[in-house]
Design a protein around this ligand. Structure first.
Ligand code: CTP
Length: 397
């Protein structure tokens, strides 16, 4: 037994209402919220577990004026929409059959039974909503203390129930794991191939979540050595792990927030074609695909003229490519790419016939102007005069 410290979320009015509606003995907070509060890190979502059947949860919530949305009824999950945000409530359950991707469940009455279907000991800690007493059926508190991510029971069995747990294991490891669990490591290697059967969206989501953590390099390197990364990202070679490491150093030096896509780019050879292929395979969104292929276009020259890069490729892409080149972002700080001040009309006014020649002159001058570091109008006038002087007479004129 342990005790959850009071946290902002434990005092929420909406959670008190929900507790009153279901009865305090029929509700426990479980999973990430309990784990992260004990670790002293910010809590994302709050999940509740209850021995009440979904119909009963619905009836009691309706009577108490709490809006309920059936978000995963086949698994006994309802979402209570509370003033401070949604909370998932899941009826205690046991998995009766699993195929590694989805489970058929039956409802249970014992907290421990519900605990035993979960993935890791640290994710199976239950807290009473009023006393905040923690129930720990599998040594999760001790594992949390030692920062060990340990499967409940047999690691292989847990992974066979849900293959995504391999990636969840590495994600939690990268977040706070200190002690490696050898049994878990071996099970992940042995069953790595099962990841192929999962939907690519789920794989991508886990991979990007992992890459977005403060420093996942050591974990990614281990996943590669252990044969897990090659299943989901065969493009990543040892040199790319070093690229990820230096990217993260550059991000930290420049005080830049992690970007999962930029980090994914570090793990790929610098080729837009490869990036487009990986983006399609992982079913990335259009925006993610754009960011990835632009970041993957990185070349060593990028770092030579950061402002030119930002002007021609846009800020996001320049930041990504500079950081991937290990360069500093200082030249871009407090700087907005300027507007090219020359208009086609000005060239026509100087006697050039409107048409492709004007566009060509514009382009030449714009390129020179950007390469020279965006000098003032007087210099543009010089550039224009020298272009016009070089013009061959237009034969059609
Ligand atoms: N493949 C999975 C996914 C989830 N769970 C259980 O369901 C809980 C909630 O899952 P989820 O919200 O996905 O993760 P959290 O543990 O809350 O962590 P985070 O939100 O940081 O991902 C987990 O704690 C775990 O007990 C599980 O056993 N197996």
């Amino acid at each position: 037994m342990g005790q959850l410290p009071q946290a902002d979320w434990t005092k929420r009015e909406g959670l008190k209402q929900l507790t009153a509606a279901l009865g305090p003995d029929n509700l426990r907070w479980v999973g990430g919220a309990v784990r992260d509060t004990l670790l002293g890190v910010p809590v994302k979502d709050i999940d509740g577990a209850t021995p009440l059947l979904p119909d009963e949860v619905m009836t009691r919530c309706k009577e108490a004026g709490i809006r309920i949305v059936p978000t995963g009824l086949e698994h006994g999950t309802l979402t209570a929409v509370l003033s401070e945000g949604p909370v998932e409530i899941t009826t205690l359950r046991r998995d009766v059959s699993t195929d590694g991707r989805r489970a058929t469940v039956t409802f249970a009455t014992e907290w421990q039974e519900d605990a035993s279907r979960r993935d890791f000991t640290i994710n199976a800690l239950y807290t009473h909503p009023e006393t905040l007493e923690v129930s720990d059926y599998f040594g999760g508190l001790e594992d949390l203390e030692a920062r060990t991510v340990r499967f409940i029971g047999d690691a292989r069995e847990r992974i066979r129930e849900d293959h995504l747990r391999i990636l969840r294991y590495y994600r939690f490891q990268a977040r706070f794991g200190a002690e490696l669990d050898e049994e878990a490591e071996e099970a992940c290697t042995e069953l790595a191939g099962t990841l192929k059967g999962l939907s690519r969206e789920r794989i991508a989501m886990e991979l990007l979540n992992l890459l977005g953590l403060p420093d996942p390099t050591a974990t990614i390197a281990r996943m590669r050595e252990r044969g897990v990364l090659p299943v989901i990202l065969p493009e990543a070679q040892a040199c790319h792990i070093r690229a990820l490491e230096s990217l993260i150093e550059a991000e930290q030096r420049n005080n830049v927030e992690p970007s999962s896509i930029r980090r994914l780019a570090a793990l790929l050879p610098p080729s837009p074609e490869v990036a487009v292929g990986v983006a399609a395979r992982l079913r990335l969104s259009r925006a993610q695909r754009g960011q990835l292929s632009s970041a993957a276009s990185r070349v060593a020259e990028d770092a030579r003229n950061p402002r030119l890069l930002a002007y021609s490729e846009g800020m996001q892409s320049a930041e990504d490519r500079l950081l991937l080149a290990g360069a500093d972002l200082a030249p871009l700080a407090n700087w907005t790419p300027p507007q090219f001040p020359l208009r086609g009309g000005q060239i026509v006014a100087r006697g050039v016939k409107a048409g492709p020649q004007v566009a060509q002159i514009m382009q030449t001058i714009e390129r020179k102007w950007a390469e020279e570091g965006f000098p003032n109008k007087a210099r543009i006038e010089e550039l224009l005069s020298s272009e016009l002087a070089n013009l061959k007479p237009d034969p059609s004129a």
